[in-house]
Design a protein around this ligand. Sequence first.
Ligand code: F6P
Length: 348
Amino acid sequence: MHSTTGLRLGVLTGGGDCPGLNAVIRAVVRKGIDQHGDELIGFRHGWRGVLEDIHEPLDIDSVRGILPRGGTVLGSSRVNVFAQPGGVDSVRATFERHRLDGLIAIGGEGTLGGAKELGDHGFNVIGVPKTIDNDIGATDQTFGFDTAVRVATEAIDRLHSTAESHHRNLVVEVMGRHAGWIALHAGLAGGADVILIPEQPFDIDEVCALIRRRHARGRYFAIVVVGEGATPKEGTLEVAPPSVDEFGHERLGGISRVLEREIERRTGYETRSTILGYVQRGGTPTAFDRVLATRLGLAAVDAAHAGSWGMMTSLQGTEIGLVSLAEATAERRRVPLEEYARYGSLFG
Ligand code: F6P
């Protein structure tokens, strides 16, 4: 049943993929078409699809069966409009060609930052936050995080039994470029003996002391969970600098190798590392992520029909609300150090 005048809305997914993206697309399309008689145009490969006008119509049939699927049916990229010569003009041309009333951009800090800037240039954009890292500001949780924590926890459980059998330390590296939410939650859920997060530079001597204490207590193995963005305290360990992409995002992965080497060298206990990597991002979303993503998608359509351009849908407690893209992209949501400190007695 159509209740308002239909809009012509573009939809894109940008940045690293994340379980739940398809649930948002489905909710946007179902509600937009069924309730408002909207016309939905899916842009492929994130902002690249808008810049180069690579698109496809989205109708009810095109979103059938996608709710439980990982990844994004629209594809994604890490292209930044503002890093491309003539980027804003190309976006304007695409908006005009399709007579778009607005665009729903589903993405992380890079995609939402681009959405905010386009809003400053007069474009009608609404953001929907996604990231497994859970580090977007002004929303209490992002979809994808619950799935990533589930995958990482299951991996830690599996690594526990092999670590114990071999009397080895196992260093498990999880994703989280700037925020240690995955490391903290999966580490806590998996009963890790040491959890290292990007927010708190680590002291390798303290890490080794915790492992030695555990041995002294008769536990001859330890699980160390490290967020990929964790760094040693300045001047304590040599770590090679990472490369960066168009948004200035660092390409991480490898701190667990440094820890593996140093823990074994300093304690004399056999130590191995495992990088979980993209397995945390792939595959079907948990029920929680499907529901959160669906709610955020429905709210994005409401926001478009309310003319709330320049806003982002957000989880606030148990409710879905709207915050400005400016506020959402002003600061990352990182693990507060007092929250991290609360779990100190569980380590070692
Ligand atoms: O931002 C999400 C994330 O999964 C980070 O945890 C990770 O550092 C990054 O994406 C890797 O993304 P890619 O290799 O796809 O650029």
